[in-house]
Design a protein around this ligand. Structure first.
Ligand SMILES: Nc1nc2c(c(=O)[nH]1)N[C@H]1C(S)=C(S)[C@@H](COP(=O)(O)OP(=O)(O)OC[C@H]3O[C@@H](n4cnc5c(=O)[nH]c(N)nc54)[C@H](O)[C@@H]3O)O[C@H]1N2
Ligand SMILES: Nc1nc2c(c(=O)[nH]1)N[C@H]1C(S)=C(S)[C@@H](COP(=O)(O)OP(=O)(O)OC[C@H]3O[C@@H](n4cnc5c(=O)[nH]c(N)nc54)[C@H](O)[C@@H]3O)O[C@H]1N2
Ligand code: SF4
Ligand SMILES: [Mo]
Length: 730
């Protein structure tokens, strides 16, 4: 049964749906119960609605959902959850959740899913995995596994013998930035970003828009900086919410950011505005950099970026005036134009010129708790890793590029024979893969999807395993880098609904069936947590009460004035000039390449976050759906009048390769440049079983067919796609 037909889960399979439940339809799950009417309980959680992982409490009344609030001791949230986190109960209540394990069965030419027992589903997966291991080797199973559940399946796959992982939060998200900072400072930025926003005197946001992009700690730090009258400079072709708070909005011509960054460096160097002591003490390659940026004058940059030379000079001087408390934010979703490592290197270098790394108001030094791992044997060495899919490309990649892994799953001789997908909706989060996903699914011997919802990716599976939501399970302790070391516990507030199970349980059951019991020497994941917590003077019982435990710092938060500090780079210095890049055949200093232009009558497609949603994972959440049911396409008034479009009209978009979108509502606004259109990512779902959101709004993912790959590490640049309008029926 190799050719997989895409299966739309049908309503008939849903079973037990609470259609018309007042909680679902009115969102009154978050309304307080009448006082004193039931037993109120509160249990700690770590929010899983986005990757920021705020700690909070789930409040129940007589075991029924009431509300989720922030934990005041939590450094990620300082006690306040964002809109999405507060609406997290909707993920538990969603009537469209996956409810039972599903197995693909063929009936003649027709394929469908059959509800099966866990026993049958797990036996099936384990037997196929054994077969692949025997016939091809366990390294031929690739993992697309994200988030806290992903960690359980990465453990399983590593124990099995796989070394290929290609999660969308690598090549489609922040990996280029992390490599760039690692090359420059010997340290990746990581998450949460150690940006000392609240002490900043000047914050520069380049294509990152705190406020719509909601990560609680950052929003709070940003708000504090604004209260403290810090200068905000935003560089964005769109007038973002952050731009509304800014002293300077630089509506840059899309794709020319490198020109601006080089021109800023030019001003700092030629006007002697950089931090000389810092550079002399800590940096390597300043002479080469100074020489390199000489031709990149603001006058030169004007022709590329459309930004007045005087504005470029003035903003550079303002940044220098507040240094080192000036923060050029490193951004997060940086997979833009195929020069992403080099562009974020330019951001890293600019920060170095201002002396902001390791200084108050710039970047602080994060610290984690040294939490021992639960003892299990070493993993076997995989016979091949994700590099097999890179074909010698992307030499500095430190994880698999999802697109490359998909491509190497196509055809009878493909490297990969099986996929295990957990918490990744590949069709919407890995652009440019629509046809290739189907071709891969046609070729693979096994596709397992572990999800909470009947998202598009489930349509390619042989087996769908329904995970319970984060409110119904334990996961690994959150041990994230913060201003102070801090641990947080996620524990179940409810029994798993329907026939769903926690990820740790699913991974362990598969492990036992694969003969990997030595990697799972416990019965319940709470044993692992208790053991780990006891190594650092806490316990599961303590954490079940407090949720968050903060520890005193053991290392300094900042580099002291004049301190002899050794960076973890080959030279022990901040590498303005990068020898590792040169040795790998790349520019040791960042260079500018002009962006591709679109066909006539086309507009550059720009996308980004909306405050009420996380990607496509929340668009069917009944509580968040009410806040933002659909996305809109932002169109500049000039373009709108040319195409006779008004706000509220529905229009389809057609990209340079002829791909046509769902109808999407127009929003005519001066807040977008005339050469571009913008829409929020995460809409345009096609899975029929997402009853609220299916067919609502348009998907940027399907319109992104031209990918610009970063040759250094494989980031999939998505911002070189252009659309035109199709009116009427397309
Ligand atoms: N076109 C386009 N593509 C993008 C982006 C973009 O802006 N535009 N952004 C990129 C970025 S920055 C990122 S980080 C990635 C994100 O990529 P993804 O994380 O793949 O994006 P989501 O759409 O949120 O899909 C998450 C999937 O996990 C499932 N899920 C949610 N909670 C759980 C859980 O508790 N357990 C399990 N097992 N599954 C769960 C959801 O139902 C959904 O299927 O996308 C990248 N791709
Ligand atoms: N509400 C909400 N918050 C989130 C998420 C979410 O899904 N929802 N996801 C989280 C995740 S995983 C990530 S990675 C971050 C991503 O958050 P960000 O890093 O802020 O990335 P985007 O949301 O993609 O923002 C893109 C911005 O870049 C602008 N832009 C487009 N082209 C250009 C250009 O050529 N130059 C410049 N300078 N700007 C340009 C767009 O107009 C838009 O304002 O958000 C995080 N926070
Ligand atoms: S920022 Fe919002 S969605 Fe993300 S973890 Fe925190 S509360 Fe949850
Ligand atoms: Mo991301």
């Amino acid at each position: 049964m190799n050719r997989r037909k895409f299966i739309q889960l049908t309503g008939a399979l849903a079973g037990g749906a609470v259609v018309g439940s007042p909680v679902l339809l009115t969102g009154c799950a978050s309304a307080p119960p009448p006082p004193g009417s039931g037993e109120v309980k509160k249990s700690p959680t770590v929010c899983a609605i986005c990757f920021w992982k705020c700690a909070g409490f789930v409040h129940t009344e007589d075991g029924q959902p009431w509300k989720i609030t922030g934990n005041p001791d939590d450094l990620h949230s300082h006690g306040r959850l964002c809109t999405r986190g507060s609406g997290g109960m909707g993920s538990y209540l969603d009537r469209d959740r996956l409810k039972k394990p599903l197995l693909r069965i063929g009936e003649g030419d027709r394929q469908t899913f059959k509800e099966v027992s866990w026993e049958e589903a797990l036996d099936f997966v384990a037997s196929r995995m054994k077969k692949i291991a025997e016939e091809h080797g366990p390294d031929r199973v690739a993992g697309f596994a994200q988030g806290a559940p992903g960690a359980h399946f990465r453990h399983l796959l590593k124990a099995y013998g796989s070394g290929s992982f290609g999660p969308p939060d690598y090549a489609q998200c922040r990996a280029a930035r992390d490599l760039a900072f690692h090359l420059t400072y010997g340290q990746a930025v990581g998450s949460p970003e150690p940006t000392d926003l609240e002490h900043s005197r000047c914050i520069v946001l380049i294509g990152t828009h705190i406020g719509e992009n909601l990560h609680n700690g950052q929003v709070r730090g940003f708000a504090r900086a604004i209260d403290n009258q810090a200068t905000i400079i935003t560089v964005d072709p769109r007038f973002s919410v952050a731009a509304g708070k800014a002293k300077y909005w630089l509506p840059i011509k899309p794709g020319t950011d490198m020109a601006l960054l080089l021109a800023w460096m030019n001003v700092l160097v030629t006007e002697d505005l950089y931090d000389k002591d810092y550079i002399q003490r800590y940096a390597h390659g300043f002479e080469e950099l100074a020489e390199h940026v000489r031709p990149y004058t603001p006058e030169w940059a004007y022709l590329e970026t459309g930004l007045e030379p005087e504005l470029i000079r003035r903003t550079a001087r303002e940044m220098a005036g507040h240094a080192p408390a000036t923060l050029i934010h490193p951004g997060r979703h940086v997979a833009w134009y195929g020069d992403d490592t080099q562009r974020t290197r330019a951001v890293a270098i600019l920060n170095a010129l201002l002396g902001s790394w390791g200084r108050p108001g710039g970047f602080y030094m994060p610290e984690k708790v040294k939490l021992p791992k639960y003892p299990v044997p070493d993993y076997p060495k995989p016979a091949s890793t994700y590099r097999a899919a890179h074909e010698g490309k992307y030499p500095l990649a430190f994880n698999g590029v999802s697109n490359a892994l998909v491509e190497h799953s196509i055809g009878p001789d493909a490297h990969y024979k099986g996929w295990l997908v957990c918490e990744c909706n590949l069709p919407l989060s890995v652009p440019g893969m629509t046809e290739k996903m189907q071709q891969a699914a046609d070729s693979l011997d096994l596709v397992v999807v572990i999800d909470t919802m009947p998202m598009e990716v489930t349509g390619y599976a042989d087996v769908v395993l329904p995970e319970c939501t984060y409110l119904e399970r334990y996961d690994n302790i959150r041990n994230a880098q913060e201003t102070s070391p801090s641990l947080a516990l996620r524990m179940p507030a409810f029994e798993p609904k329907y026939d769903s199970k926690p990820g740790w349980w699913i991974a362990r059951e598969l492990g036992l069936r694969l003969g990997l019991e030595k990697y799972f020497p416990w019965k319940d994941f709470s044993e692992v947590l208790d053991w780990q917590l006891k190594q650092v003077g806490s316990s599961l019982a303590e954490m079940q009460k407090i949720g968050v435990k903060n520890f005193p710092r053991k290392t300094a938060k900042y580099i002291a004035e004049g301190q002899d500090y050794k960076f973890k780079t080959p030279s022990g210095k901040i590498e303005l000039y990068s020898t590792p890049l040169k040795e790998a055949g790349f520019d040791p200093l960042p260079r500018y390449t002009a962006p591709q232009q679109g066909p006539a009558g086309h507009y550059r497609l720009i996308y980004g976050r909306a405050p009420a949603h996380t990607f496509g994972r929340t668009s069917n959440n009944p509580l968040l759906f009410q806040l933002m049911p659909e996305n809109t396409v932002w169109v500049n008034p000039g373009a709108a009048s040319q195409w006779k479009l008004s706000s509220g009209d529905y229009v389809r978009l057609k990209n340079q390769d002829g791909v046509v979108s769902n109808p999407v509502r127009v929003r005519v606004t001066e807040r977008i440049r005339p050469d571009s259109v913008f829409m929020a990512h995460g809409f345009g779902h096609t899975s029929k079983h997402l009853r609220l959101t299916q067919g609502v709004g348009a998907s940027d993912a399907y319109l992104i067919t031209n990918l610009l790959m970063d040759p250094i590490m494989g980031a999939t640049g998505m911002r070189s796609n252009f659309v035109t309008f199709v009116q009427g029926e397309a």
